[in-house]
Ligand binder design. Structure first.
Ligand SMILES: [Mg+2]
Length: 270
């Protein structure tokens, strides 16, 4: 089991994981956050939230200099880098919205995206304050949407997006449309390839998440915490091997309580 002296990196989802699903509080995780901060261990937020939402949260959480992954993996940021998984081939936010509009005009799909509504409506959907809803609308690499058509039409939509080199990722509350190949797992891959440990050690990663969109990220980390959540779709991991049972932990508590429970399970404190 890892100790605080190991070259640890914590990679965490926000909603329903580090933040309470209903109140957005992280109080039960505060002692662990302080401990990690004291030890200089990066806490990488890996969330469906935008960079504009993550930055003030990082300050509140006291994890300012850590990298982050925003918009379900469509955006990756660390000190020397800000961008997406394969920038050259990628559509930016404006282009993604234009493609969505084109598909809607041509094929008549019924959905409603953040670009289609005001911050007031986003606030009503999410329970965010109007200010925070405005931050949620400041998107760079993915569009969030609510599907308002049949399941059969959803399959057609998914195919039409694939033909445009786009893909759908299911988040906690919304679907995200982003470039094909993007996602939390691909974003973490990129980060681990380029963001080096201060003295060159190989990062020992612990990932924490509660939703199906966290699966690809939890498959990439050395130790995975699946936090008890409210999602109807369970988190399924692809990882295999003899040590899966030792390296995957299911919390008994929800949200930040489960988050702390997971870290206490894996990290031996000396
Ligand atoms: Mg979540």
């Amino acid at each position: 089991m890892p100790t605080l002296q190991d070259p640890l990196m914590i990679v965490t989802d926000l909603d329903g994981s580090l933040l309470d699903h209903h109140t957005y509080s992280w109080e039960p995780a505060q002692p662990w956050l302080e401990r990690l901060n004291e030890e200089g261990i990066p806490v990488v937020i890996c969330s469906s939230k935008t960079a504009a939402e993550i930055l003030p949260l990082q300050r509140l959480l006291g994890i300012i200099s850590s990298p982050y992954i925003a918009e379900n993996g469509a955006v990756v940021h660390w000190e020397e880098f800000n961008g997406s998984v394969d920038r050259a081939a990628n559509k930016g936010y404006t282009e993604i919205c234009q493609t969505l509009q084109k598909l809607r005009d041509r094929l008549g799909f019924k959905f409603i995206g953040f670009a289609d509504v005001t911050e007031k409506e986003v606030a009503e959907w999410t329970g965010l304050t109007p200010h925070n809803a405005a931050l949620a609308k400041m998107r760079e690499g993915s569009e969030s949407l609510i599907w308002r058509d049949s399941a059969a039409r959803f399959d057609d939509f998914s195919e039409a997006l694939a033909a445009e080199e786009l893909t759908l990722v299911q988040g906690g509350r919304f679907w995200s449309v982003m470039n094909r190949g993007a996602g939390k797992g691909a974003a973490l891959d990129l980060l681990l390839r380029h963001y080096t440990h201060p003295v060159g050690h190989k990062w020992l990663t612990i990932g924490l998440g509660d939703g199906p969109n966290d699966g690809p990220m939890l498959d990439k980390v050395d130790y995975a915490v699946i936090i008890k959540g409210y999602s109807k779709t369970p988190v399924t991991l692809q990882r295999e091997g003899r040590d899966v049972e030792e390296r995957v932990f299911h919390s008994t508590h929800f949200g930040p309580e489960g988050w702390s429970e997971g870290l206490s399970h894996f990290i031996t404190q000396g």
